[in-house]
Write a protein that binds this ligand. Structure first.
Ligand code: GLP
Length: 245
């Protein structure tokens, strides 16, 4: 890394110069996606700057999504993905959307099991209090970049064994002949708070899109009630507009 010249080259705060050198190394491919960043102390020694300077530069790059901190294992380089364009009018699954872009999806499970429904879930899914629902809470990553936190709730009738859902919810529903054919979705702007911000690798207060989806079977029965939080810096929703008839 060309960090030796930080002290000598030009004016401006050291951490910004360090940030820029690291950013250049990532964008030019000198540091690859998934590479571990050297420990803070080593980087400070190597670049001949203080650990505070290193931390500030790294914080900046984490905020901008070029580095991600993984609890207990270190800081890693993230290949910048261009913003994802998502149609507003097609009912697709996250796994399908990412596969179409050549990205691999992975989930870190936050919650997965059978529960009695909350009042909200009872009303939305049209279930009695003694019914069971499967809750599937996931941090969703595309090529290791965290994109969204999704909390799905479906009647246990459709997903009797939530632990068997290892990747796509929609393909699990398809197997139970309950893949939704229609959905209503509400998207609203929000600021991402903790712990979500940490999980998504963004700064507290960063822009997010909060999305609620209620999806239906052809019979009109509700299948899914999902609340999602997408990173505002990676997702664009695109819709085709037509003149009302
Ligand atoms: C999108 C929707 C969710 C839906 C999910 C299914 O992300 N916002 O409401 O549950 O897709 O994705 P998958 O089948 O990959 O689990």
């Amino acid at each position: 890394l060309p960090l030796e010249s930080l002290q000598s080259g030009g004016a401006g705060p050291l951490y910004l110069k360090l940030r820029q050198s690291l950013e250049e190394a990532i964008l030019s491919g000198k540091l690859n996606h998934g590479d571990a960043l050297p420990a803070e102390r080593d980087l400070a020694d190597y670049a001949n700057v203080s650990r505070v300077t290193v931390r500030k530069a790294v914080d900046d790059l984490v905020r901008d999504g070029l580095l991600v901190r993984r609890h207990g294992s270190g800081t890693f380089v993230v290949r910048p993905v261009s913003r994802v364009e998502q149609s507003l009018s097609r009912l697709t699954s996250f796994t399908e959307d990412m596969a179409r872009r050549g990205l691999n999806t992975r989930a870190e499970w936050l919650e997965r099991g059978l529960f009695h429904p909350s009042p909200d879930e009872m009303m939305t899914l049209g279930l009695p209090a003694d019914a069971l629902v499967a809750r599937l809470g996931r941090l969703r990553l595309a090529d290791d970049m965290p994109l969204a936190i999704e909390r799905a709730c479906v009647s246990a009738e459709f997903v009797p064994d939530p632990l068997a859902v290892t990747s796509s919810l929609y393909s699990a529903l398809e197997k139970s002949h309950a893949r939704p054919v229609r959905a209503v979705q509400r998207i609203s702007a929000c600021n991402i708070k903790n712990p979500d911000a940490t999980m998504l690798g963004v700064a507290v207060g960063a822009a997010g899109l909060s999305i609620e989806r209620v999806s239906y079977l052809a019979s009109g029965r509700v299948v899914e009630f999902t609340r999602s939080l997408y990173r505002g810096d990676t997702y664009d929703f695109v819709a085709e507009l037509t003149i009302p008839e």
